[in-house]
Design a protein around this ligand. Sequence first.
Ligand code: WT7
Length: 655
Amino acid sequence: MSSQIDHLLNEDRRFAPPADFAANAVGTADLYSRASEDRDAFWAEQARQLHWHRPFTEVLDWTNPPFAQWFADGALNVAYNCLDRHVEAGYGDRVALLWEGEPGDQRQVTYAELTAEVKRVANVMEGLGIGQGDRVAIYLPMIPEAIAAMLAVARIGAVHSVVFGGFSADSLRSRIDDAGARLVITADGGYRKGKVSPLKPAVDQALAAASNRSEQETVEHVLVVKRGGNRVKWVEDRDIWWHDVVPQASPEHEAQAFPAENPLFILYTSGTTGKPKGILHTSGGYLTQAAFTNRVVHDIRPESDVFWCTADIGWITGHSYVAYGPLANGATQVLYEGTPDSPHPARWWELVEKYGVTILYTAPTAIRSFMKTGRSALENYDLSSIRLLGSVGEPINPEAWMWYHDVIGGHVAPIVDTWWQTETGAIMISALPGVTALKPGSAQVPIPGIGVDVVDESGEHVGNGNGGLLVLTEPWPSMLRGIWGDPERFVETYWEKFRDRGYYFAGDGARLDDDGDVWLLGRVDDVMNVSGHRLSTTEIESALVAHEATAEAAVVGAADETTGQAVVAFVILKESFLRAHSPEGLAQQLRLWVGEQIGPIARPRDIYIVSELPKTRSGKIMRRLLRDVAEGRDVGDTTTLADTAVMSVISAQVR
Ligand code: WT7
């Protein structure tokens, strides 16, 4: 690890913005000085780019930290800002969504059409009794209805909780329960890797399981989009086909104003415990920063750009840079249902050429898997429309950066490496592509209006050339407002560590180089990052021990060439199962089991069946040592183990 870091920090290539790019860039250098002169005034100016039904007079209320309020006496409608106002300004005919399904079917949805659709869906939801503050779970593939559903929820002041379609029935159930959702919007199924992947059956299973328990069932209706054409079971009085109610609904719906701090969505993410956290975001501040960063970091020009953020709406990236940022800016974007390599390895590049994508925002893991496939797969496609590239979700290694720059960006397109989190709601650290000279591998500088530092355990700035913990030193408009139903966990997880200074602790390690630029070094807690998706070691351990064959389990994130990190599990099986089954068979069963419990993304790459786990005298598992084994290194310092011989036993078993 440390040699890797040294290698990274010796990276001294610099890429100045191309002159024509700099000359026309949306984000300019004066933003930094304006933001540092008066932060509040700066953010107020950004917020005023939105339409406020009732203008705000207060900017930030930080009298009760860490519970912030932004623009609190203002009122707005998020959907009106993303839709109606563009139509009213004369851009109704502009395409909002250039949608393509995995099998190749296509739909182009203009702002006028999307606005009318969202109004219909809003009317349907209100007809079902959904109103301000009610929670609506969305479990949909990447189809235009998914965007319409999110915006319709926002339009009526309700709160969406989008659950990634790759999550299991169990994960869906716990999210529905935790949020107390009254409505679930789903589809029969969607296309993935050349076939229909069912969704409705998981909803049925989740709801059947929930009603067995003592808690009261909160879900009254399930609204179902027909997409996959797969057969589905139907629960009378509960299930409603989208096509039976939405087309018939009125396309008139007046957007009402809601307070700036009205909750907009809950999005669950993995923390260091087994229970996912429901990250809560509100309206005015969130939309302000999502739109602002999409303008100045992605350099978006709504009249001419074709933007494509490849994230699924089940993740924060899909919320901020598919649903909200680009639509708030009135931009045209590509929306693609399927996987990058279906039905052929250059599917994405086919789409870039076909739609003339100008700005592409994706994750390093995707870039690395295209590197593996090789250049030949994309030689037949013209990618010259691309003028800006973005990276998100995990550190991008300089090799992948260079490949992205040269092969996809034609040696000229700047790359913005954007650091942020589900909790931050929008981009926090990134170059401005028309201003900053880029360093491959570094996210570099806080965006204007954002306070970032790297500190030691006591909260002291580490100084250039040193490593430490990444903190956010000032509240920001799109910050999370809490963890749904758990204010104590919110305070404890993010604010307790540097309470005296009022810093937000991000959970990431970082280093400052000699110029003071930030290099992200990965999580310092029990959170893993697999293909840019966040997974909790504890959550996977809980799933493993929930299997009848497991006695004990420990999970670590091990470095992986393609996915960044990979899940590696060390499992002690019960004697009785070991006697009756082969260890290989059991390991395979456990892999599938984790997939069923959490979702396929959480399936361990490797499961090692061992007879012991390394523990300290107080019984804490030393994952650091297991990571050494998983990454094929010599095992580090074992002196704090209760039994120092245990690591040689494990190493022998793994081999
Ligand atoms: C964690 C947040 C940001 C939306 C997608 C992930 C890691 C994110 C970068 C980057 C290095 C990054 C951090 C962070 N991360 N972007 N550009 N460079 N690391 O959101 O699932 O909430 O995960 O992703 O470790 O804490 P998330």
